[in-house]
Design a protein around this ligand. Structure first.
Ligand SMILES: C[S@@+](CC[C@H](N)C(=O)[O-])C[C@H]1O[C@@H](n2cnc3c(N)ncnc32)[C@H](O)[C@@H]1O
Length: 226
């Protein structure tokens, strides 16, 4: 989902930097930035990158800092900010902070939240972000939503709206995609139903919207024994 439209790719919360390194290998952008808040991780990563990518045709840079303080304004050209493998609540907080500090700069975000996808989508809608693409992926038997979104920009194009529960992710073309979508919908509904039964939160409105996905996209919901 990372096209060659970007001058800067920011692999945020990069941990061991596997994602950024894969993009570096693909020469997909002239500059790749690795960002994480843990100094030891970053010094180890720097050594690895110096060893493997010293003469790479893409330049790379290490930033040991909080994602909320990304210095995007210091770099000219279009940026994509990638945040993957972090809780949806935290991603919501990061995206809000980055957008607030760079209010007039159009930025694309590629986001892969672990849980709290509904909260994240809700905030992106409030911030008037638009959707470029969204997919479901399965990795190590876990299912993830990946969202490619843009901050609001002055353009004549009519931007695509972000759905609170997703739209493209339910439109499947192959049996495999249909299975992933069915499993993901059931898993998500079970999660919110358990939460509703727990009695601490009222999430009935969320359950209702996910149920409407089942009707709209003809996706089976229910236990495997039904
Ligand atoms: C589970 S790892 C993410 C892994 C990687 N992005 C991936 O998808 O494989 C979470 C990382 O987020 C980093 N992190 C957490 N809060 C952060 C913050 N405020 N700013 C920068 N990095 C942060 C942690 O240090 C940790 O390395």
């Amino acid at each position: 989902m990372v096209t060659s439209d970007y001058t800067h790719i920011w692999d945020c919360c990069c941990d061991h930097g596997l994602l950024g390194a894969a993009l570096l290998k693909r020469h997909v952008a002239p500059h790749i930035h690795f960002v994480d808040v843990v100094p030891q991780l970053m010094s180890e990563l720097e050594k690895k990158l110096q060893h493997f990518y010293l003469h790479s045709s893409s330049s790379w840079q290490i930033h040991c800092l909080d994602v909320e303080a990304l210095p995007l304004e210091q770099y000219e050209g279009k940026s994509i900010v990638i945040i993957a493998g972090v809780g949806g609540d935290l991603i919501t907080q990061f995206v809000t902070a980055i957008h607030q500090s760079h209010f007039t700069t159009p930025i694309d975000f590629l986001l892969c939240p672990v849980y709290q996808q509904f909260t994240l989508r809700q905030r992106l809608i409030e911030l008037d972000f638009s959707l470029k693409d969204e997919v479901l992926i399965e990795e190590n038997r876990r299912l993830y939503e990946i969202l490619l979104v843009s901050s609001p920009a002055k353009t004549d194009d009519k931007p695509a709206k972000i759905s609170p529960v997703g739209e493209l992710i339910w439109q499947t073309n192959t049996d495999e995609e249909a299975k992933v979508a069915t499993d993901y919908l059931n898993q998500t509904l079970n999660h919110f139903q358990r939460m509703q039964q727990g009695g601490d939160y009222d999430v009935q409105h969320i359950i209702d919207v996910y149920r409407s996905v089942s009707h709209k996209h003809n996706i089976y919901i229910g236990s495997r024994n039904d």
